[in-house]
Ligand binder design. Structure first.
Ligand code: FES
Length: 162
């Protein structure tokens, strides 16, 4: 029997999903103890390089959660996150990373139940996938500091800015 316990890095928006996570704890919803939360001010500030770095630093899966479209406290940060997601998916595919290891969700402050369900689902999915394996030799993303778009992070990639 496998003893693998995945590590999940969750970037949670301060105004919604972080509140839902807090409420899920207060409400004593059953949650697996595999999640490391990073509180961010908006899902739009989660640069794709953060996801790549999280995986490279030991996470087996990454969740980015923000306010529902139309509810972002910075107007369109979550729309930026939504637009980056397909680019990030392509980057991860280039690196040989299974698409199930990254998830973008909208979780309102009142959604403590859905938050617990989503996190438990993600942990179960990653547990079935197994540990994250570093990219095959020769595939090295150019991850730089700052706010690079996913397409810029692929060495020689065809994807452009959105
Ligand atoms: S403030 Fe929550 S996603 Fe932008």
């Amino acid at each position: 029997m496998s003893t693998f316990e995945p590590k999940i890095m969750a970037f949670l928006c301060n105004w919604c999903s972080y509140v839902a996570a807090d409420a899920a704890g207060v409400s004593r919803f059953t949650q697996q103890a595999n999640v490391r939360v990073v509180r961010v001010f908006c899902s739009g500030m989660v640069d794709p390089s953060y996801v790549v770095k999280a995986l490279a630093s030991g996470a087996d899966g990454v969740l980015v959660a923000g306010c529902f479209p139309g509810d972002c406290h910075y107007i369109a940060g979550n729309i930026k996150a939504l637009r980056r997601a397909p680019l990030l998916g392509r980057l991860l595919a280039e690196l040989g990373v299974e698409k199930e290891r990254f998830r973008l969700e909208w979780i309102a402050a009142s959604d403590s139940g859905p938050y617990a369900r989503i996190m438990n689902e993600l942990v179960d999915t990653i547990r079935k996938l197994g540990p994250y394996k570093k990219p095959r030799p020769g595939v090295v993303p150019l991850v730089r500091s700052g706010h690079a778009e996913a397409g810029e992070a692929v060495s020689g990639g065809a994807a452009g800015k959105n």
